[in-house]
Design a protein around this ligand. Structure first.
Ligand code: CO
Length: 435
């Protein structure tokens, strides 16, 4: 039996994933939860008036968000407690002139974003989601989030009769040739290239003639769900890393009275493409925001550097649970289990930022939160993935630990997690903030 509060948190994660087909939707959803909890929205271009105990957040570029609770103690004494995650997920993005007609079909040209498991995108009920940019009265652009509410497109597999070796050799997809989804039937002559944005605009109650640009992605329509004999699993898209995003957000929302340290949630776009973007973890978004918190009320540059030296960062991203059919792909001593609690990630090549000191810190957080921890090391003969931890540690000089909840099928269109791990991660992260 899953304890009720663990099930409730997992259910909340399912709803968060369902509300967040794209990074922009996820950031809007984070903003909605923060505003409901009394966080004040700031703009980077405005002068900030920050007070101890105050709760604030700032969005950059629609797809990254940083939230903070200003601590009760002076920053040079208490420092920042930061938790970070990424909000983007690998997938397929529509090209600017996406729609075309060929061989009697209407299709959509797509680019690959990050490293999806491409075969998992075939033969699924797909739709479109993202942002429409519309002319506003001041001559600028306003951005509206849109999403299809029914299956709009599909990437059909080739019948086995044309590809007899597919089950032995695996499905090989050429990214240019084999990925464009079909979204309709029609002759070239009758083809309307604006049909897609028109349909999404009208569905959102907008005037399609006002649309000047669109950022659209192909997304799975199937809602997230519990699964398994005892509902021990979560089956969903984008568990990597909406689970991390949701955990960081909810840990911050559970910080009660103003804590001694200033608590920061940093949720970044662009991790899946290397983070070197306007609002990615490689940008100055986090350091600029922390600095503005640290040097307010006439505090000095010295205070800012002292504040960083007192700080700690937990980077949360998906971790690889042992796969029962591929157990040999894991180091025998480091095989995390679903529902086994947060995983501390360690790598000698520093693909993860964890040090013995920061690992100890997180273990103590887990003990205080009453949750177990596991450890993960990639097989020595396989190249290890990375995440935002090493990058933020390098930029900020803040001791960092990389952790994540165990999951299967990372970067598949449909991933698997454990029902207990979300609440476990939230509890450990809350202790990081208030401990
Ligand atoms: Co990730």
């Amino acid at each position: 039996m899953t304890p009720d509060d663990f099930r409730a948190t997992a259910h909340d994660l399912l709803q968060f994933i369902n509300a967040s087909p794209t990074a922009a939707h996820a950031v809007a959803e984070v903003g909605r939860h923060l505003e409901t909890a009394g966080f004040l929205r700031l703009r980077e271009a405005d002068a900030w008036q920050l007070a101890p105990g105050g709760r604030y957040f700032v969005v950059r570029g629609h797809t990254s968000v940083i939230a903070a609770i200003i601590g009760s103690e002076p920053l040079p004494a208490a420092g920042f407690r930061i938790a970070g995650a990424h909000v983007d997920a690998p997938g397929l993005r529509l090209k600017p002139s996406a729609a075309y007609a060929a061989n009697g079909y209407v299709q959509l040209g797509v680019e690959v974003y990050g490293g999806p498991l491409l075969a998992s995108w075939t033969d699924r009920d797909l739709t479109l989601a993202g942002r429409l940019h519309l002319k506003d009265e001041g001559g600028g652009l306003r951005t509206v989030l849109v999403r299809g509410d029914r299956p709009l497109c599909r990437i059909p597999q080739l019948a086995i009769h044309f590809n007899r070796e597919v089950n032995d050799k695996g499905l090989v997809l050429n990214k240019q040739q084999h990925l464009p989804p079909i979204c309709g039937l029609g002759a070239k002559e009758a083809f309307d290239p604006r049909r897609v944005s028109t349909l999404l605009a009208e569905q959102a109650g907008l005037d399609a003639n006002e649309v000047v640009a669109a950022d659209l992605e192909v997304v799975d329509l199937q809602p997230a769900t519990f699964g398994g004999l005892d509902e021990e699993f979560i089956f969903a898209a984008r568990i990597d890393n909406l689970a991390g995003t949701h955990a960081v957000l909810n840990a911050l929302l559970r910080v009660g009275d103003p804590p001694a340290a200033s608590c920061v949630a940093a949720l970044f776009d662009s991790e899946e493409v290397g983070s070197q973007t306007l609002a990615g973890a490689g940008s100055r978004f986090l350091d600029a925001t922390l600095e503005r918190i640290a040097v307010r009320d006439g505090a000095s540059r010295e205070d800012w550097h002292r504040s960083l030296a007192r700080s700690l960062l937990v980077s949360v991203d998906g971790a690889h649970a042992v796969h029962p059919n591929f157990a040999d792909f894991h180091d025998p001593q480091h095989r995390p289990l679903l529902n086994g609690g947060p995983v501390i990630k360690i790598n000698a090549q520093q693909r993860y930022a964890t040090s013995p000191e920061t690992a100890h810190w997180f273990e103590q957080c887990a003990v205080r939160g009453g949750v177990p921890v596991q450890r993960y090391v990639h097989r020595t003969d396989l190249a290890c993935g990375s995440t935002i931890g090493p990058m933020t540690a390098t930029r900020l000089g803040v001791p960092t630990i990389d952790v994540g909840s165990p999951m299967l099928s990372m970067h598949s269109i449909r991933e698997t997690g454990g029902i207990l791990d979300q609440e476990s991660m939230v509890r450990a992260l809350r202790e990081h903030y208030v401990g």
